[in-house]
Design a protein around this ligand. Structure first.
Ligand code: CA2
Length: 149
C-alpha cells in the first residue's frame, strides 16, 4: 500500500491548545485521525508527523524520496523563511500539497510569501483544519494520475 507523508512544522503541536480564534479547537491528533480515516477509505496509508526543528522536516522529506507517494506539508513559519525545505522538496519527485490552516493572505505581509509554493502542486489556505482532509482527497487524485502517466 502506498504511503503519503503529512508533515507539520513548528508550533503546530499547540493546535487546539492556544489561539483557537485563529487555528480552531481541534488538536493535531484530531487532524491526524481525520486524515487517516479518509486515506484508509481512499486506499492509502499516511505517516503523520510534526517537528519544531527544520532539520527534522528536511530529513523526513529525504526519507519520502524512497518511502512516500506524495507529501502534504504545513511548514508553519518555515513556509516564509526556509529555502532549505524548498530545496529538499525540489529533490522529491511525487506530488506536493501545501496546507495552511489560516488564510495567510489575510494576515501580516510577511506571511504572504511562501518558498514552499514554488514547488507545491496545490495550496490550501484558510479552510481551517478541514484543509488537511481536502488535501488528502486531492492527493488520491494526484497519485492516481501519476500511476496512469
Ligand atoms: O496557517 C497556518 O497553518 C500556518 O502555517 C501556521 C503557522 C504560521 O506561522 C503560518 O504563517 C501559517 C503557525 C503555526 C502555529 O500554530 C499554533 C497553533 C495553535 C496555537 C499556537 C500556534
Amino acid at each position: 500500500m502506498q504511503t503519503v507523508f503529512i508533515l507539520n512544522g513548528p508550533n503546530l503541536n499547540l493546535l487546539g491548545k492556544r489561539q483557537p480564534e485563529i487555528y480552531g479547537r481541534e488538536t493535531l491528533a484530531d487532524v491526524e485521525a481525520g486524515c487517516r480515516a479518509l486515506a484508509g477509505e481512499l486506499g492509502f496509508d499516511i505517516r503523520f508527523a510534526q517537528s519544531n526543528a527544520e532539520h527534522q522536516i528536511i530529513d523526513w522529506i529525504h526519507e519520502a524520496r524512497e518511502a512516500a507517494a506524495g507529501i502534504i506539508i504545513n511548514p508553519g513559519a518555515f513556509t516564509h523563511t526556509s529555502v532549505a525545505i524548498l530545496d529538499a522538496l525540489n529533490a522529491f519527485e511525487g506530488p506536493v500539497l501545501e496546507v495552511h490552516i489560516s488564510n495567510v493572505h489575510k494576515r501580516e505581509s510577511f506571511r504572504h510569501h511562501s518558498y514552499v509554493s514554488l514547488r507545491a502542486d496545490g495550496v490550501i489556505a484558510g479552510f481551517g483544519v478541514e484543509g488537511y482532509v481536502l488535501a488528502t482527497r486531492r492527493m488520491a487524485t494526484l497519485i492516481l494520475e501519476g500511476r496512469s502517466a
